[in-house]
Design a protein around this ligand. Structure first.
Ligand code: PA5
Length: 477
């Protein structure tokens, strides 16, 4: 039996969600909430829960099924990953937003923090890169250091039409044709929708290996689909344990009782905080391995909840601005603001029960009192103390904060964290009565780019852009 199938190990690895510092006993009655506040939400919570269930039944939340229904896909991914590892030295994701942030977050969480710099025999797979921008310098410099003959490019796009990803793909396609010639197709893998968009058509025409992003799984909810699973498997991450962790958390988050359902409790408290003007949501992991999780969460939270209208079409202009921070680094950068600045934030700490590696602080300079006390401790004791100290400082200055503790950062706990935050986000969307699964605000920019670069069908948009107010010289210095 695998460890992730053993109930005792699962319980030891269960995420711990501590919301004491959201409560008035700890941060005072002006800022904090009471059980009465939470209980007064019962009708809204019940309605939101029923909406979640109904959406699930209608196939509008199929991302929730990913941990349970992918046995065949997982087999295909594992087979592909195994074959790639025999010859591929570099695995490059071409994608943006939901097609890039998840793979990056999971890789950083679960592999060596200097993975690419390890010698091949110490790595669990090829070097791993994510190109999630069209900065010409970045694209040029990556192509400069890799040998295309030993590289596989995984182009990921749900829509199959995102300009950034398609532009990168076109550059790489040409490069492969020039440098490798005929067998170039084995250097490309496309991950996209089964029917929609241009990418699937090109992939089929060209004979690229393809993986499908299922219907009902939008970009930012797609990490546990082939979007994230392929990259993780190629780099030696245990994707079955990752999915098992997500399934474990999903089961915990199925009931309506917020005191038993951590995703609902987090969502309810964030909703209450938002209603009191806490317009900023900080995520602050106390481990570099979860640094990019804060980036992944930022997109999930911002794009899902930042909306102009509610489901009835009424203008509501809701959302909470996500801020990424890293403990302890940002204690020396942002925490001053968090403890003494405006009362407009909720801070979510990501704490770690047991770090996977350790560094001992030696007993040196014992005659210098100001630093001698550090000697004999470990870095994990220091970082844990600093996390608790920051949590305490925030509580003392009456600032709302949660702590989510991962008993250890591993595939099982990371799977739990993904599913927890996705359910929390969807549930908060229901409480806010908005559509958490669209992104109309992003479309305007995309359409304007199409128009500026001359895509057919966007002539009206181009005319609209050309008629925009002319910038005044006096306002440019
Ligand atoms: O969450 C989303 O839907 C978006 O952030 C998309 O992931 C992003 O725009 C990229 O889209 P696509 O995967 O269609 O290329």
């Amino acid at each position: 039996m695998m460890r992730y199938q053993q109930p005792q190990w699962q319980d030891e690895m269960k995420l711990i969600i501590d919301f004491n510092n959201m409560m008035e006993e700890f941060v005072g009655s002006e800022e904090g909430f009471s059980k009465e506040h939470i209980d007064a939400m019962a009708v809204k919570i019940s309605q939101a829960h029923q909406n979640m269930v109904a959406k699930g039944t209608r196939g509008e939340m199929d991302w929730r099924k990913l941990p349970f229904e992918q046995a065949e896909v997982v087999r295909d991914i594992l087979g592909t990953a195994q074959e790639l590892r025999t010859w591929c030295e570099n695995f490059v994701v071409l994608g943006i937003g939901g097609s890039a942030l998840g793979p990056l977050a999971v890789q950083t969480a679960l592999n060596h923090l200097h993975y690419n710099e390890l010698p091949a025999e110490k790595r669990r797979g090829p070097r791993f890169y994510v190109l999630d921008n069209v900065d010409p310098e970045r694209v040029h410099d990556l192509l400069d250091i890799i040998d295309p003959a030993k590289t596989v490019f995984n182009v990921i796009s749900k829509s199959g039409s995102t300009s950034e990803t398609m532009a990168q793909f076109m550059i790489v396609y040409k490069l492969l044709q020039e440098k490798i010639g005929h067998p170039y197709a084995k250097h490309m893998i496309a991950t996209t929708d089964a029917e929609k968009g241009n990418l699937i058509k090109i992939a089929q025409q060209e004979g690229f290996k393809t993986f499908i992003i299922p219907r009902g799984v939008g970009g930012r909810f797609s990490e546990l689909s082939p979007v994230g699973l392929l990259a993780a498997a190629v780099c030696g991450i245990d994707i079955q344990e990752l999915l098992a962790g997500a399934a474990f958390m999903d089961k915990i988050c199925q009931g309506e009782d917020v005191y038993q359902n951590p995703a609902y409790m987090l969502g309810t408290l964030q909703y209450l905080a938002l209603r009191r003007g806490k317009n900023i949501s900080v995520m602050m992991p106390y481990t570099d391995s979860l640094k990019y999780f804060a980036d992944w969460y930022a997109q999930l939270w911002a794009e899902s909840l930042g909306k102009r209208t509610d489901l009835t079409g009424e203008e509501v202009f809701v959302g909470q601005t996500p801020v990424k921070a890293l403990g302890t680094t940002d204690q020396h950068s942002q925490v001053q603001l968090y403890t003494e600045g405006p009362f407009d934030k909720v801070v979510t700490f990501l704490a770690v029960g047991r770090y996977r590696k350790e560094c001992n602080i030696p007993k040196v300079f014992e005659q210098i009192q100001g630093i001698a006390f550090l000697g004999g401790h470990t870095l994990s004791e220091l970082i844990t103390a600093e996390q608790m100290a920051t949590e305490y400082a925030l509580m003392k200055s009456q600032r709302l904060n949660f702590t989510i503790t991962l008993p250890e950062v591993n595939s099982f706990t990371v799977g739990q964290l993904i599913q927890l935050l996705e359910i929390e986000t969807a549930f908060t969307g229901e409480l806010l009565k908005i559509n958490a699964f669209d992104q109309p605000g992003v479309e305007e920019g995309k359409n304007a780019t199409y128009a500026l670069l001359g895509r057919p069908g966007y002539e009206d948009k181009k005319a609209e852009l050309e008629a925009r107010p002319v910038k005044k010289k006096e306002f440019i210095i």
